[in-house]
Design a protein around this ligand. Structure first.
Ligand code: ATP
Length: 225
């Protein structure tokens, strides 16, 4: 059982999910000041601390029980869970609530001129990606072999510079792909942000804080629909 009395929530420090996450927490009545440089921000009106980190660190913090809750994209979550399973690290979590922001899809995109005839046309090719585990799972589910190179940013440029045949990257509108002469050929994973919880039993104090904020989170989500 986790012992501290303040509920600890991990959120993205800065990036695509941080504004929506911050505004969700504020609309739930949490008074927080995250404008300073501190990575651990105290909520002044409730026993809650907000830990502001890189997106990719959130799943591990929750799976290891360092944070009680986390708000993260399903793509990051699933990739981390697969990778941790492979490494034999803790990979369990509770999906407490889906959230209706951060919508995107993980897709395979190929140069415009590529003659795409179905998944088999991807067999033996090399892809630049930040999500190798999700790509490998897609390949094995579809009976193809793929190679990959890891890139943490500017993935779209890889085919043009000869680093890869195609890419496996997040897409929301498709304009970045288009601007880089790429076309989306397969959607391999659909994602939104989610609220996740550690599988470790929360102390009664923390559980009661969660019981207070969870209906508020769900209320805010409903109001946005
Ligand atoms: P960090 O910079 O915190 O390590 P990151 O590189 O994943 O993480 P962002 O690019 O801000 O940071 O993306 C955060 C999340 O936003 C993604 O994991 C995804 O869930 C969501 N997202 C929504 N739309 C897009 C998009 N078009 N491209 C990338 N991410 C998107």
């Amino acid at each position: 059982m986790t012992t501290e009395t303040r509920l600890r929530i991990a959120m993205q420090k800065s990036g695509r999910l941080s504004d929506d996450t911050q505004s969700l927490l504020k609309r739930c009545g949490l008074k927080l000041n995250v404008s300073d440089r501190r990575l651990l921000a105290h909520v002044s009106n409730m026993p809650i601390d907000i830990m502001r980190v890189r997106s990719s660190d959130i799943p591990g913090l929750v799976m290891d029980g360092v944070c009680d809750l986390g708000i993260v994209g399903d793509n990051t979550l699933e990739e981390a869970a697969l990778e941790r399973q492979l490494m034999g690290s803790k990979s369990e979590y509770i999906k407490t609530s889906p959230l209706n922001f951060g919508g995107c899809r993980l897709s395979i995109a190929m140069p415009e001129e590529f003659n795409y005839q179905g998944v088999d046309s991807l067999n033996g090719l090399r892809f630049a990606t930040t999500y190798p585990q999700l790509l490998k799972r897609f390949a094995s589910q579809n009976g193809i072999n793929v190679d990959f190179c890891m890139l943490n940013g500017s993935v779209e440029v890889a085919p043009r510079v000869g680093l890869a045949d195609g890419i496996c990257d997040l897409v929301s509108t498709g304009t970045t792909l288009e601007a880089n002469g790429l076309k989306e050929v397969e959607i391999i994973f659909r994602s939104t942000a989610s609220l996740i919880q550690t599988v470790e039993q929360l102390s009664p104090k923390k559980q009661s804080i969660l019981n207070t904020i969870l209906p508020r989170i769900q209320g805010v989500m409903k109001a946005k629909e």
